[in-house]
Design a protein around this ligand. Structure first.
Ligand SMILES: [Zn+2]
Length: 340
């Protein structure tokens, strides 16, 4: 295969701290021979694991981008064992536009493994797949519900087949010290960044940090504290590893989100009113929200009900809803032993 088309302005092997950028070729109507810059930082101190800290995979998911920008600025070599490579905003054109996808319409989290001769987002995916992931032991990819949905603030994971990898991912997920954890499956296509990293055998840690177009203080604290503790947990950052017990917190609740039937979409166009919030318990048949009809105000609202007994995980954050839009997701509580 042809070599990567992406260039990196800094040495990712050298001891110390460097901040630079990746360059992807770009040609626009106002600039030929141009580049898109993907900024990154690299902090290296002796032997130890390599951790790749990623955020802004989806543009409108900002809690992780803020935490990663802060880490890039604050992390110093003397705090590190090994190497931490930080890309705070993987999809700058989408982040600047406050959109999930790139302006081209491309979903970066469906672009993997990528292609060196594809469009810019696929060239970036290819660079991650063939250059950065092979260097890494741990890949952290921070997401949120984006503008369109509010997601129970949590760290989450795929239940991968390899038992050692699964156990390591479960323990790293728990090291985020969030109140909730979530087991997810891929819906709406493949080509996810975490799947490519998992297929390369990496310890992958992912999050969903609220959403709905704002980042509450508590969510930003969770993003920052969780990220730092996971870096300590995997041995890349010095300092005492915290647990929920050491913080005086009760055990986290793990939600199983692997049944696609628990992802509920709207049967028709309307205005969605939430009746429950993420984290609320719910019974099968209980309304999670209801749909109103602006062009038929005399019509009674349509109740949209949970298919199972469980917990509300996601609710739609934008009332205006089209037929087929996801309006809520519910999950069921699972014991950690059932995952191992
Ligand atoms: Zn996302």
């Amino acid at each position: 295969m042809m070599p990567s088309t992406v260039s990196c302005s800094i040495d990712l092997q050298a001891e110390g701290k460097r901040i630079g950028h990746l360059r992807i070729n770009k040609i626009t109507n106002t600039a030929g021979w141009a580049s898109t810059f993907i900024h990154l930082g690299c902090v290296v101190n002796g032997k130890g694991p390599t951790v790749l800290v990623l955020a802004g995979n989806h543009g409108d998911e900002y809690a992780g981008q803020l935490a990663a920008l802060r880490l890039l600025q604050e992390l110093q070599p003397e705090q590190v064992h090994g190497r931490v490579i930080i890309i705070p905003v993987l999809s700058p054109p989408a982040s600047k536009a406050n959109t999930r996808t790139w302006p081209s319409g491309a979903n970066f989290n469906r672009a993997f493994p990528g292609r060196p001769d594809g469009p810019p987002h696929e060239q970036l995916a290819d660079y991650l797949t063939r250059v950065l992931f092979p260097m890494a032991d741990v890949v952290i990819d921070m997401h949120s519900g984006g503008r369109s949905s509010t997601f129970l603030p949590c760290s989450h994971m795929h239940v991968v087949d390899n038992p050692q990898q699964r156990k390591a991912m479960l323990e790293a997920m728990e090291a985020w010290c969030s109140d909730w954890h979530y087991l997810y499956i891929d819906v709406n296509g493949n080509g996810l960044l975490p799947v490519e990293a998992e297929n390369q055998g990496k310890l992958v840690v992912t999050t969903e940090l609220y959403g709905g177009g704002r980042v509450p203080v508590a969510v930003q604290d969770l993003a920052w504290n969780g990220l730092n503790n996971v870096l300590r947990h995997v041995g890349a950052m010095k300092g005492e590893v915290q647990t929920r017990a050491s913080l005086g917190l009760p055990p986290a609740v793990i939600i199983d989100g692997r049944d696609p039937g628990n992802i509920v979409v709207s049967p028709e166009d309307g205005l969605f009113e939430v009746m429950l919030e993420p984290g609320d318990p719910v019974k099968a048949g209980q309304p999670v929200g209801r749909l109103w009809f602006m062009d038929k105000p005399s019509r009674a609202p349509e109740l949209l009900c949970s298919p199972v007994d469980g917990v509300v995980v996601v609710t739609r954050a934008i009332p205006i809803t089209e037929q087929g839009d996801c309006v809520f997701v519910v999950g069921t509580v699972i014991e950690r032993e059932a995952i191992l």
